[in-house]
Write a protein that binds this ligand. Structure first.
Ligand code: ARG
Length: 432
């Protein structure tokens, strides 16, 4: 009987590289799957390394088209976030890495599924939820939970001992993850909330690690984004595909002073972490689509739309892509997104803001909004207000919720205004 097969979600980094010879030592036949999620690295070169380290097969699979078809439209159209400001990224890519890995395992007629995530983060959950949905019963192996190594130094020593000298940095300040949606930076000085982080310094020190900057250019200082069904279809009046739009915005504005978010986040495991996310495309598209939604959805629908964005973001964050709950939230989300048609101009300086909105199904009318004379029936507002407050009438809590008795005298706000007595004894400032 041959060795048991193991399909490893391989990234080419230190951890999953060390896993190749380690798995061989555990009597596995190793099949490395390197999934292209837009990380702009030499993926074929990394695959050759896996073979050099003893993998029986190593393949690159392209998940970008699937991400652009299935998840990026919703991430944009629902302005999906986790905890309000993490615009996702790593979380959007993991299900598609898992899917490619499982496909290879099935082609091999079954295999153990291994990943390089540690026991502290969200990624282990995302991988393992995916395995459970797509390949129930396949054995799961997370070497970080069982092997004898404690940190980077151990891994470098282990590989060097095996004769693999590949220039891994022993000391690495940051943990980086790059894909077509964002670059995440975690670890190092970000680990301590009382470290006074200077984002420019962090950006400078990680600059050499990612490839987005190879083609960056200066973007214009305003950008007009056209949407159909909540999905961007043109920039500056020029029709483009979704991958072109996301890539163009990320490359052009990667170095813009507003391109990032520095966030304290609550991981699914309960661990708190601080991360820096470089995501200019997400920031601009979220701002634009949300602005569009505000002009054409009525108030109750807009409220639900915002909740759907949070729900979709949270379930993606928690690795629940292959689930019933995702399908339901997605169906509702797409139904609302159908209404988001038009274009938004975003000016970028000093910080992005929506300066012009052209929405073909807008219900924003000048007639309603204007401070000038219009047909709006002001007198109706009186009944609206009294009925809206009906549930509070006669409630005995007034004194406690109040900052003090209504009858109390307030101190004069300033000694430049004169005060005069009221008939009831109260004092009121008069015009100076
Ligand atoms: N905290 C982010 C998330 O959970 C980013 C994770 C980055 N992962 C990594 N392996 N560096 O989505």
């Amino acid at each position: 009987m041959g060795a048991e097969k193991c399909v490893l979600a391989y990234s080419g980094g230190l951890d999953t590289s060390a896993m190749v010879p380690w798995l061989l030592e555990q009597d596995y036949e190793v099949h490395a799957v390197l999934v292209d999620v837009g990380q702009e690295e030499d993926l074929a070169g990394l695959c050759r390394k896996a073979l050099r380290y003893g993998a029986t097969t190593a393949v690159v699979r392209d998940a970008k088209p699937a991400m652009f078809e299935h998840v990026i439209p919703l991430a944009i159209g629902l302005a999906a976030t986790y905890e309000g400001d993490y615009r996702l990224g790593t979380a959007l890519a993991r299900p598609f890495i898992t899917l490619e890995q499982v496909r290879v395992a099935k082609q091999l007629g079954g295999a153990t599924l291994a990943h390089g995530a540690t026991g502290k983060g969200n990624d282990q959950i995302r991988f393992e939820f995916g395995y459970r949905s797509l390949a129930p019963g396949y054995p799961i192996l997370a070497p970080w939970k069982t092997w004898e190594f404690g940190g980077r130094m151990d891994l470098v020593n282990y590989l060097t001992g095996k004769g693999y000298i590949d220039n891994y940095a022993v000391q690495k300040d940051y943990s980086l993850d790059e894909n077509l949606w964002h670059i995440s930076v975690e670890g190092g000085p970000l680990e301590e909330p009382d470290t006074n982080v200077n984002v420019e310094d962090v950006l400078r020190s990680v600059d050499g690690h990612f490839a987005w900057n190879n083609t960056y250019g200066e973007g214009p200082s305003a950008v007009e984004i056209a949407f159909e069904g909540g999905v961007p279809v043109a920039l500056g009046g020029v029709g483009k595909t979704l991958p072109e739009i996301v890539s163009q915005l990320n490359h052009q504005y990667r170095r813009a002073p507003w391109a990032w978010d520095l966030i304290i986040e609550n991981r699914f495991t309960g661990v708190k972490s601080r991360g820096l996310y470089i995501n200019p495309a997400a920031k601009l598209l979220h701002l634009a689509v949300d602005t569009l939604a505000r002009t054409c959805l009525n108030k109750p629908t807009y409220d639900r739309y915002a909740l759907l964005g949070q729900e979709f973001g949270t379930l993606m964050y928690r690795g629940e892509y292959f689930s019933d709950q995702r399908k339901i939230v997605q169906a509702a989300g797409l139904a609302v997104m159908k209404q988001l048609n038009g274009s938004v101009t975003v000016r970028l300086e000093p910080t992005p803001y929506a300066s012009k909105i052209v929405n073909t199904s807008s219900i924003f009318t000048k007639e309603m909004a204007t401070f000038e004379k219009s047909d709006y029936a002001h007198q109706d507002a009186a009944g609206f207000i009294s009925l809206s407050w009906l549930s509070n009438v006669g409630k005995p809590c007034v004194e406690e919720c109040y900052v003090g008795p209504v009858e109390a005298k307030s101190a004069a706000a300033s000694d430049v205004c004169t005060v005069e007595s009221l008939p009831g004894g109260g004092l009121v400032p008069s015009a100076v």
